[in-house]
Write a protein that binds this ligand. Structure first.
Ligand code: GDP
Ligand code: MG
Length: 192
């Protein structure tokens, strides 16, 4: 079984006993309005405060999984999150790519597919963790993209598929564990 403990780094680091590997960088990608910032907010403690809208936001989260502590930095760009500039150091040096769409908006699903295509073209999918996230699953009546469709795309782009509702905090912990697990898996595969 896995244990999960998620808290803001602001409230940790006092013990000095834990030694982290360098923090994992996780890039949040997907159309505007799909729920990236809400997800990251849920990943963190409730004492989240809004920052400036025009800079890349770097939000640290510490996760305890299978007795090991991981520091994750979520890079949540408010505006250009759908764009993958190959020369961008942040875009090319991430440990994981979380590609989010809203199940209630097919356009955002198409955008997510474009991003997955980009990630595969640039070779990131082979070496880094890529997770496709179907968010807003609470919007049952206006659901526009089925689980089957999401799964099928994830399989064809060789990434992990997760469904969440950031709004009601449903399966968000599973996603967080999934991100760490995928990073560990890729790291192990590369060192084999
Ligand atoms: P971002 O642009 O991708 O960062 O999206 P935000 O996190 O700012 O969310 C955009 C809007 O969608 C906000 O009004 C959120 O409250 C709402 N939202 C985010 N996640 C969910 C969800 O799981 N379900 C529903 N119904 N609304 C959500
Ligand atoms: Mg945002």
């Amino acid at each position: 079984t896995t244990s999960l403990n998620c808290q803001s780094c602001a409230s940790t680091g006092t013990s000095g006993s834990s030694s982290w590997a360098s923090p994992y960088k996780i890039l949040m990608l997907g159309d505007v309005g799909v729920g990236k910032s809400t997800l990251v907010t849920q990943f963190m403690s409730s004492e989240y405060s809004n920052s400036s809208q025009d800079e890349v936001l770097e939000k640290p989260v510490s996760v305890l999984l299978d007795g090991e502590e991981y520091e994750l930095i979520f890079i949540d760009h408010p505006i250009r999150a759908d764009i993958m500039d190959p020369d961008d150091e942040v875009a090319s040096s991430a440990d994981a790519y979380v590609v989010v769409y809203s199940v209630a908006d097919r356009d955002t699903f198409e955008k997510a597919i474009d991003i997955l295509f980009c990630l595969r073209e640039r070779g990131y999918t082979a070496t880094q963790a890529v997770i496709l996230v179907a968010n807003k699953t609470d919007m049952v009546r206006s659901r526009d993209v089925t689980r089957e469709e999401g799964r099928t795309v994830a399989i064809s782009y060789e990434c992990k598929y997760s469904e969440t509702s950031a709004l009601i905090n449903h399966k968000v912990d599973d996603l967080l564990v999934g991100i760490v697990s995928q990073i560990r898996l890729k790291t192990q595969q590369l060192s084999d």
